[in-house]
Design a binder for this molecule. Sequence first.
Ligand SMILES: *Cc1c(COP(=O)(O)O)cnc(C)c1O
Length: 431
Amino acid sequence: MTNYTNPETIALHASFRGDPSTGSVAVPMHQTTSFQFPDVETACARFALQELGPIYSRIGNPTTDVLEQRMAVMEGGVASLAVSSGQAATALSIQNIAATGDNIVSSTDLYGGSWNLFANTFKTMGIEVRFVDPTDPENFRRATDERTRAYYAETLPNPKLQVFPISDVAAIAEEIGVPLIMDNTAAPILCRPFDFGAHIVVYSTTKFIGGHGTSIGGMIIDGGQFDWEKHADRFPMLTMPDPSYHGAIWTEATKPMGPVAYIIKARVTMLRDLGPCMSPFNAFQFIQGLETLPLRMREHTKNAQAVADYLSQNDKVETVIHPSQMEGVKKRWADQHMPKGFGGLVGFEIKGGRDAGLRFIDALEMVYHVANIGDTRTLALHPATSTHQQLTPDQQLAAGVTPGYIRLSVGIEHIDDILADVSQALEKTSA
Ligand SMILES: *Cc1c(COP(=O)(O)O)cnc(C)c1O
């Protein structure tokens, strides 16, 4: 009875059963840089990757290892790699298979940090990012050439909150032989991208997984389904000898461990060389968060749906941006990929534009005004004057940010108190 399939049970029991040396039920925090080798032979075997024991906490740590294994089980993947932030997860997930002269194709609907990484920093490294509109999945095929190394998108991107057509793009990805990387930060538990054919999943664990707004972290999960050898020409970084590891060919060297070439290489070259590891303390915090994640996602989803329903009936609100309010193909993609509900995010456009938006934020009493999502507490933000202020008005509109747009990350307080605060702020806002 150890192959649990229900997320509620996986979150508590997968990959750890009492500490072998002390019986500790909570996963112990191994706040140490390095690990005593039992003997020189073991040391040699660990460095040669013949044995996967701990060496040094930049490359791996037993506390972090429990989090990595648990999240891989939760997502239905084969293995994962914890890193220092969601940004590090995105960067490494691509740098692991793309180098100077290569390109990736990305959805235009992206987190601002990912957008900057793709449009500016990757450009300085010689990795081109081709942005395409995801409302036509065929755009991914059209932008692909022989140097395309990955497709990249977010399951539930804000502010538009239009669910990405994972299965349509995954089918194209599979046909051409390009892995689909999904940022699932806004939809853990509610969507498992691997179930729809995605190949790699990345997370900012900072958000719903940590859940309590205490720690920055990220995760890369390998679905183990992508056939790197079949498309060997496209992935020389995995299928040709790696001079940084005495000529290892990752698809060959990792075979005894299963279909884990991608994630092992990310650990032993990317994390080794670039260094953005997760601290054991943060891994410990994320393990605590993960334990109640299925429970919290249910409450976030229920409360956000109630807020969306309330706002859609309010005459001070111009429009509500939430998958439940969408029609046509947007609604179909939302229902297909998130059958259990649409998570904690709700957007709305307040009547009266920018000024009304700012007055609403200032009038909130319980709801926090912060640039974050996925906290247990309800959070609000006015993107036009904060996260999206550097964009021109036209660029803001293209990103879905109208002057009166308010983003809510609905928390797990009692719904009556959330609605009371939103309602009193709307009252005060009306001129
Ligand atoms: C916050 C966020 C990130 C970046 O994560 P950090 O942990 O802040 O580096 C990436 N993608 C999405 C969707 C996010 O919300």
